[in-house]
Design a protein around this ligand. Sequence first.
Ligand code: HAM
Length: 417
Amino acid sequence: MIQLIKGFKDVLPGEIEVWQTIERAAKETFENFGFQELRLPIVEKSELFSRSIGDTTDIVEKEMYTFEDGKRGHVTLRPEATASVVRSYIQHKMYAKDPIRKFYTIGPMFRRERPQKGRYRQFYQIDAEVFGIDSPYLDAQLIFMLATLLEKLKARDVKAHINSLGCPCCRPNFQKALKDLLDAKKESLCENCLRRSEKNPLRVLDCKVPSCREAVEGAPSILDHLCDDCREHFETVKAVLTENGVDFEVDTRLVRGLDYYTRTAFEVLTTSLGAQNAVAGGGRYDGLVKALGGPEIPAIGFAIGFDRLAEIVAMQQTIEADGPTLYIAPLGDAATNKAATWAMQLAANGVFCETDFAGRSLKSHMKRADKLNAAHVLMVGDDELDRGVAALRNMATKEQWDLPLDGLVETLVDRFN
Ligand code: HAM
């Protein structure tokens, strides 16, 4: 028996209903906020990710599925969607007609991380990106949109955490202050953080190793190092979130694991999932469009971890698949022949309809209808065919009616649509 690979999974009926509910709610919510869908390839040139996510990040250093693809050189299974959305925005010059564009995209991402609960090697993201607007109102609106979706899905135990990572003008001051502190605490840092403190000191703030946490306890706050513009931007984001009733907390240790961020960064955390507690993450990345060869256009976005959100929603409520509206129970060959046509026509005309061709007894048909959780059963045998009727039963109320065979499909379509 060939089994699936560790860190990968099948999403089966029983679980998929939650995924479908989330996907529908996300599309509806995002489209009401003006977002359009993009479908993008799963494989891109490796360079796209190393240049955007950053060479010294965990993702690029050790988690990418990269292989050589002949003349194309190195290609990578995308570890996230933002880089591809930006590539597409630039490549198709989508800014030429109107720099302001809002996109969402849903699909699988790949990271070779150590598999554990809530962390997979193939996972799914619901990703939203906005280009061409630098206003802090947009930052707040995006976080509000995310909160709206979570509320629609009745996801409990989730909270937005926000921070500002400053801009190329003010961040170096903070990096310098942090680096001085880290240099003085070298002996407490883990091997990873020793490296990070040289190339990317901000990431040390995010380390979960207890001795590193202790080492940065007295670290300066990035918020005390913001330039006036970044400070004003962050104050407005907070004020607009508060005004619009979004529950959030400021977390000065929130730095994100990808290098492209500037100013507002945020995550939605849950208390329901153990160690893998981030349900969504995002932020501004005002320099990335330019860095990847496009014009200077600001941008911001986030991605929801679809698997994690599905786990929370499934934990907190039951979402079951609907049963068929109608189950046709034919008795005998002539009735089976009719039932086959009716079932096809009804399904083609929007009625969720099931039947069975196995020549079952009425009792066995009723058992099957119950198993499928059918709302109605249409019974028809030789006797009914002779009388030109079929018997329709409402399975909940047990009421029953004879319907004429003449125009039966139209009658049922009218009744159930
Ligand atoms: P990220 O924080 O790397 O951000 O991922 C976003 C979310 O994807 C995480 O909060 C988590 O829920 C989920 N996720 C990440 N890795 C895994 C995994 N191995 N297994 C299950 N779920 C996972 C980004 O990817 C950015 N591109 C977000 C963004 C969009 N920033 C701006 N625009």
